[in-house]
Design a protein around this ligand. Sequence first.
Ligand code: AMP
Length: 584
Amino acid sequence: MLYSEIADVFDRLEGTGSRLEMTSILSDLFRTLEPSSLRNIVYLSQGKLHPNFHGAELGMADKLVLRSVAFVSGVPESRIDELWKKEGDPGKIAESLIKNRKQASLFSEPLTLEKVLKNLTLIENAEGKDSQDKKMKYLSNLLMDSGPVEARYLCRIVTGRMRIGAGSMTILDALAEAFGTKADRPDIERAFNITCDLGFVAETLALGGVDAVKDIKVAVGSPIKVMLAERLPSIPLILDRMEGRCAMEFKYDGIRVQAHIGKDSVKLYSRRLEDMTSNFPDIAAELRRQCRADEAIIEGECVAVDPDGNMLPFQNVTHRRKKHGMDKAVEDYPVKIFMFDILMAGGEDMTVRPFEERRSVLERTFDLSEMVKLTTMEIINTPKEGEDFFGRALGKKCEGIMAKSLSEGSVYRAGSRGFLWIKYKKDYEEALTDSFDLVVVGAFYGRGKRAGKYGALLMAVFDEETGEYCTVCKLGTGFDDAFLDSMPDMLDEYISEERPRMVDADMIPDVWFLPTVVLEVVAAEISLSPIHTAAKGIVKEDAGLGLRFPRFTGRVREDKGPEECTTVNEALSMFEMQSQNKES
Ligand code: AMP
């Protein structure tokens, strides 16, 4: 297959703002592809060669890509650097320079998908002292044979920023349209939620249809999208919602880990389903030792502890996220894992079982130890019991409690946030709102003391239904000098010349960013705002939801991707919670 056919489809996707149209462009393409090519093209459309959880990254830096572009186009690097400062997107620069290239190489031949995949794999595997040179060579080799549009997407694939706006939900829509009907969409989405591998789901569909997809099972090594909790403002309201009776667990403040325990090896995934095994080698080994089953998938919270085993605040466990010096961090920052769920045991899918059954299988499957613990859990029947339990959780330095439904239908709902789990934190008692995890979509240049730097950021929540990022506040408080200085390093690689199509904003910042970086923000109140676009028109015509007095907490949520940030629906439920709080 010619790579230009795929690049043309990417170009058409980029040119439309309509999700329906994107779905139809993609489904037309999907129907015509061999199953294995389909799998690869699904990954490429996300700027990857593999599913997200696969450790290897193409990850070429912009500067390196631009050196290839300079080499292939014959334009001096200094000129390209100037263009980059203005444009920010190496893909566009490559496109325009290749368009103006005087003549193509005499030996140039049409690029095939196979050749592109081969060279991308070489780029991914390049190692050693001269790895940068090798990467540049393999990319240049592809660019030599590229037309302008092909070059644009090659440069974007290797940097991992496709800018075509086709997220995983659009791909799932297109797969349903290509290989089934609308009614099959939930089965296809479930397969994605329990494997996190869009390419694999696509290939399975193309090979065996919807029936084959329904047969996909949870398995060690395929991370499962995590289940998430709703929130309510008081314990009586939680009990009401849970029909008078629920399980309550301490809510530990650490890092969520999904452990895939195989016969001889263990893999740990973060909440974003990145491989974190090397950050917690001690936990991985201890889980294998303490697990009675050959295979199991469990979830738990990894929490830092002091030498006496007392829990320490979240910041301590983040030392384990460092890239280097892990041996020392393992020694200096001991951790425990508090297990709260089991998703597979001895090859059997537990996600379809109710909570109580899962909990008892979890208890039976592990021998506990100093490092491997279960969350403290109790069955709660009255508000008084709930308040006491909450008090004990705070006494143990926990964030609050997690209430869990005991109903027949209390399955593990991979990838969804619902009222089967409800969180209740100390902050809800004191403040009107919970903290928010917001995505940076823009920046405003600073003035006065902040001149020459970014002075404030435009922040957004995620609308799961439309796939858009809608603004909720301009954030300028809570930044210390070190953070202000670090902003360009953290953000500039995501600069977008225009408003990214997935950003819905009325406020215009000085600089736009592709939604990528997530920051934790607290605010005094959620109010109705005519200038922000989150939930616009839902509570009041012509007004969206905005945050009053937003402040950065200092916590960059590296563990969250943009799609895992606070959603429009969550902001709406917090707005309602705040109204109820005010009334009471
Ligand atoms: P939040 O990050 O505020 O949405 O709260 C949900 C997170 O709480 C989960 O993703 C877990 O990392 C964490 N957590 C702590 N304790 C528990 C527990 N007992 N059950 C489930 N999640 C927990």
